[in-house]
Write a protein that binds this ligand. Structure first.
Ligand SMILES: Cc1ncc(C[n+]2csc(CCOP(=O)(O)OP(=O)(O)O)c2C)c(N)n1
Ligand SMILES: CC(=O)[C@@H](O)[C@H](O)COP(=O)(O)O
Ligand SMILES: [Mg+2]
Length: 648
């Protein structure tokens, strides 16, 4: 008889005896494996926190007590135990459960996340709110060793440790970020687990003492004692103790005989406490334990073998961008690459293999990554910051204050530009045209396909100033590649198709959609031009304004937010040039957070496919009924556990 099926809330969990937890965890792992093997998701992180999550919901009184999951990609067990088991098969699907915590999805989800490093700050906000309101519940934050390297985590610990209120931070240490964790904090933590530090000290001391005649053995005993004392002093505890946290651990995060009594104890402790829990990423599924990197965020896979369920039809844009970077780095030793814990995701593994000393993985530290690049650039190097559009948001002022004001030649290779799919709201690259375009000295590019992408990588590396090239998540178009990457003239677009009635000014992946729409319009007698803008900044004013003076309608298309995005740039240019004769329309992402779902479905929903562009132009021409609001009110209906449907 299934134990999990009897759990509809943590109250049901509390009625179990701890002896039932191991079989329960086995069922939970089966459930997670079943869902993720069919829809993809964050498998390894979730398999690593099953026991910890069961223990937390067993001992805490949630939702009165609050659990904040940093990044919250490891909250699948939390969702299964808090009334969402029956919806779990909709995980990361359009209209289904989010792969991250969402307050609008459940009262047990205390804080929306998806970006790492926010948990401690948010949880401590809840601690202080409790104090201000005279409440007495517990607040617990679970933060991974990777997220522990995020600057904001340390800012939060610093603040919380100083104020001294009751607050439990659980460090879920599986020695992995997406790839192997990096940096001094990670090394500091791992010394505890491997004991190599003390093994070395013990060995060296022993050798030394054995050389001292007569007194050696007694001194060895003394040294052993001193070592025990030293362990207490320089274990990770010191780092956190100095920040005002009482350190406890490390304990085995899969052993309920350790977890339950220790958690029970630290939950009673007063003041800020940090419990160091050691877990195994991917535990319970051999392929994930062997390859926690691939199974960190994996596509659907064959359960029996762990092999991907389907092979990518063509190389990704990421691969083209980074293959080009490797080629260009061979020609220019000044080129160095920087990733913020996303070496695999940004495709830098090939670069790292060929230029191990020119690849910097700074950990989950986007702010540092950008300003580190700025420092490198001041000394004549050519730093390339490879980062997802959404994660670069974390380093906005570093782009402005540390790079652009000094006009430093930093290249931003912005991956996952546009709609990303199942990661949804927190991960869509919706804003980068807008948040970069208005930064003085910035040059902002987006290629129409992988061939233009290689030319833009070359353009970027030759540019004497800050420059970004953004490209989408997913497979490339399969267009013919020119033999060598060639720099493009800055600020020059291309007239892909001429026309006299309508001009569609598009950028990035929207260009080919615009061409298809224009072909169809032209066949219906609407003479439609298409411009591949290539640059959101500087705009090709001559081409765009010149065309706008000749046509009656101007439509802009971008896979980015309309507010302040590429289309806004075109409208500003037309306004500055006094072009008033053309009727304009901006197509892009509306002013709300885009939900999760397959890229094609979302592009269809937001009118960014050839069909959508065609329909929008027809409406503009009055040749098609204007659809009330094609996207209804733009809010996705969330399928909440209790079956109610409400806009979010
Ligand atoms: C600001 C930010 N940068 C990068 C990422 C991508 N990312 C998601 S999870 C992860 C690794 C997190 O490691 P850790 O905190 O140790 O959690 P684990 O997966 O090991 O449980 C990274 C780098 C992110 N979500 N947010
Ligand atoms: C949780 C997180 O932020 C990453 O794991 C992200 O989900 C990876 O995205 P891709 O799958 O696009 O590499
Ligand atoms: Mg980790």
């Amino acid at each position: 008889m299934s134990i999990l099926k009897r759990i509809h809330s943590p109250a049901d969990l509390k009625r179990l005896s701890p002896s039932q937890f191991p079989p329960l965890c086995q069922e939970i792992r089966e459930e997670i494996l079943g869902a993720v093997s069919s829809v993809g998701g964050h498998l390894a992180s979730n398999l690593g926190v099953v026991e910890l999550t069961v223990a937390l919901h067993y001992l805490l009184d949630t939702p009165t007590d609050k659990i904040v999951w940093d990044t919250s990609n490891q909250a699948y067990t939390h969702k299964l135990l808090t009334g969402r088991r029956e919806q779990f098969h909709t995980l990361r699907q359009y209209g289904g459960l989010s792969g991250f915590c969402k307050r609008e999805e459940s009262v047990y989800d205390t804080f929306n996340a998806g970006h790492a490093g926010t948990g401690v700050s948010a949880a401590f906000g809840m601690v202080e709110a409790r104090e201000q309101l005279g409440q007495r519940h517990k607040v617990v934050c679970v933060v991974g060793d990777g997220a522990m390297t995020a600057g904001m985590t340390l800012e939060g610990l610093h603040h919380a440790g100083g104020l001294g209120k009751d607050f439990l931070v659980i460090l879920n240490d599986n020695q992995m970020s997406i790839s192997k964790n990096v940096g001094a904090i990670s090394a500091y933590l791992s010394r505890t687990i491997t004991g190599e530090f003390y093994g070395k000290v013990r060995e060296e001391t022993g050798q030394l003492l054995r050389k001292i005649p007569h007194i050696g053995p007694d001194m060895q005993k003394l040294a052993r004692r001193a070592e025990e004392l030293a362990k207490g002093a320089i274990l990770p505890g010191l780092l956190f103790e100095e920040l005002g946290f009482q350190y406890s651990g490390p304990i085995d995060g899969h052993n309920f005989e350790h977890l339950l009594p220790t958690l029970e104890n630290v939950l009673k402790m007063k003041g800020p406490v940090l419990l160091h829990v050691i877990t195994k990423k991917g535990l319970g599924y051999e392929p994930a334990m062997k390859n926690p990197v691939w199974f960190h965020a994996c596509p659907p896979f064959v359960r029996e073998t762990g092999a991907p369920a389907k092979k990518a039809a063509r190389p990704s844009y990421t691969q083209f961008a980074m293959d080009t970077l490797v080629k260009l780095a061979r020609e220019d030793k000044r080129v160095v690459a920087i990733t913020a814990a996303m070496c695999e995701g940004t495709g830098l593994t090939a670069f790292e293999k060929e230029f191990p000393d020119r690849l910097y993985d700074v950990g989950i530290a986007e702010q540092h990554a950008v300003t580190f690049a700025a420092g490198l650039a001041t000394q004549g190097l050519k730093p390339v910051v490879a980062m997802y559009a959404t994660f670069l948001q974390r380093a906005y002022d570093q782009v402005v204050h540390d790079v652009a004001t000094q006009n430093l030649p930093v290249v931003f290779a912005i991956d996952r530009g546009g709609l990303v799919a199942e990661d949804g709201t927190t991960h869509h690259g919706a804003f980068d045209y807008a948040y970069l375009r208005h930064v003085p000295n910035m040059t902002v590019m987006a290629p129409k396909d992988e061939n233009e992408l290689q030319h833009m990588m070359k353009t970027a590396l030759q540019h004497e100033g800050p420059i970004s090239v953004r490209y989408p998540r997913g497979v490339s178009l399969g267009v013919k590649m020119d033999p060598v990457p060639t720099a493009l003239p800055i600020g020059k677009g291309e007239l892909v198709k001429d026309g006299t009635d309508v001009a569609i000014i598009a950028i990035g992946v929207s260009v080919w959609q615009a061409v298809q729409a224009a072909e169809r319009l032209s066949q219906e007698g609407v003479s439609t031009a298409v411009v591949n803008a290539r640059f959101a900044k500087p705009l090709d004013q001559e081409l765009i304004v010149g065309l706008a003076r000749r046509v009656r309608y101007v439509v802009t298309v971008e896979e980015g937010c309309k507010m302040g995005g590429f289309g806004s740039a075109v409208l500003e240019a037309l306004s500055d040039a006094g072009v008033t004769g053309a009727t304009t329309k901006v197509l892009g992402l509306p002013d709300w957070y885009i939900e999760q779902g397959p890229q094609d479905l979302l592009r269809e929903r937001y009118g960014l496919t050839a069909e959508g562009i065609y329909q929008s132009v027809k409406e503009l021409l009055g040749k098609a009924p204007v659809q009330a609001d094609r996207f209804n009110d733009g809010r996705l209906v969330h399928h909440l556990p209790h079956g109610d449907e409400q806009g979010s």
